[in-house]
Design a protein around this ligand. Structure first.
Ligand SMILES: NC(=O)c1ccc[n+]([C@@H]2O[C@H](COP(=O)([O-])OP(=O)(O)OC[C@H]3O[C@@H](n4cnc5c(N)ncnc54)[C@H](OP(=O)(O)O)[C@@H]3O)[C@@H](O)[C@H]2O)c1
Length: 293
């Protein structure tokens, strides 16, 4: 057995992942002796690689695209929050396999409420998108007791399904982008992948309430179209998803090591291009800007 406990992120592609940088920083900061790799895994090899990494032995894994859904079926057990999200992003080694968990939802809530100081209780919240990431946010958002959680998506059937699935947890309302016309929201969350194509969902104007906040789960250049839209809509704050990325990693680190790392210095280092060597494509020139600047 290696002297260092071993961890890794698995994905395809995975070379761009910031997780090795984040977890190495957490380990240094907390004095934990561990190694953290990025392992490229083709979808058709997922089951074999999971068995191999268990045998090596790895103590825990992070899971990124495209494996977040498929990996759940390969776990010995799956936490309640991962079942609700329908996706697994964290694996914990057990004697004979892997236990699946999902820290994306808690990572988002912590970034929004603790790092950015935005409370959700009593607020009108609009969630754009109905894919894996959006699904993972619904239960944690409803647990914060918003006045309403509207879910709107390009494919209008998906919000209907999500509203049906989550209606017991709070006031969730299915919407279409067009039907948002005339409504106002205190918080607009972009959980679509449109930014990766350099665009954003087609939305009516004036849906951000006075004093409203916008949050894009994407980061880097993918967050720029939505953040620009948010500024044009008069949002007082527009944030990208880099803080969520660091917070979900911190939650995974705490599950594995029983120690909560400080996230602020790691987020600050990621916002400076040099330390993570991420290059221009991940730079976000105005990660948190005031629309009224
Ligand atoms: N910061 C973090 O830690 C973190 C964690 C997880 C995910 N994310 C980000 O969250 C985003 C969503 O990820 P995901 O896993 O949910 O992806 P996904 O499952 O593939 O879902 C994509 C969603 O985006 C919508 N969409 C795609 N292109 C669009 C367009 N041009 N206009 C309007 N809607 C569009 C899709 O709508 P249809 O249903 O109509 O196709 C769907 O709702 C990605 O940008 C990802 O990088 C960030």
């Amino acid at each position: 057995m290696s002297e260092l406990d071993r961890y890794a992120v698995i994905g395809h592609p995975v070379a761009h992942s910031k997780s090795p940088f984040i977890h190495a920083a957490f380990a240094r900061q907390t004095g934990q002796k561990l190694s953290y790799d990025a392992v490229e895994v083709l979808p058709e090899l997922l089951a074999d690689v999971l068995a191999q990494l268990h045998a090596e032995p790895y103590q825990g894994l992070n899971v990124t695209l495209p494996h977040k859904l498929a990996v759940a079926a390969l776990c010995e057990s799956v936490s309640e929050r991962a079942k609700l999200a329908g996706a697994v992003n964290t694996l914990v080694r057990t004697a004979s396999g892997w236990a699946g968990d999902n820290t994306d939802g808690v990572g988002f809530i912590r970034d929004l409420t603790v790092n950015l100081g935005v409370a959700l209780a009593g607020k009108r919240v609009l969630l754009l998108g109905a894919g894996g990431a959006a699904r993972g946010l619904i239960a944690p958002i409803l647990a914060e007791r918003p006045a309403e959680l509207a879910v709107s998506n390009r494919n209008p059937w998906k919000p209907e399904e999500l509203a049906e699935q989550f209606k017991a947890l709070g006031p969730i309302v299915p919407r279409t982008h067009l039907s948002l016309k005339g409504d106002r929201y205190d918080l607009v969350i972009n959980a679509t992948s449109a930014g990766h194509a350099g665009t954003l969902p087609r939305l009516p104007g004036q849906i951000v309430a006075e004093g409203g906040v916008c949050y894009d789960l994407s980061y880097g250049t993918a967050a720029e179209p939505f953040c620009a839209w948010a500024r044009a809509q008069g949002a007082v704050l527009s944030a990208d998803g880099l803080g969520m990325l660091v917070e979900q990693a911190a939650a995974a680190f705490e599950i594995w090591r029983g120690v909560r790392p400080e996230t602020a210095p790691v987020l600050a280092a990621l916002r400076t291009p040099e330390p993570c060597g991420s290059g221009a494509s991940h730079r976000h020139p105005h990660p948190r800007t005031t629309a009224q600047d």
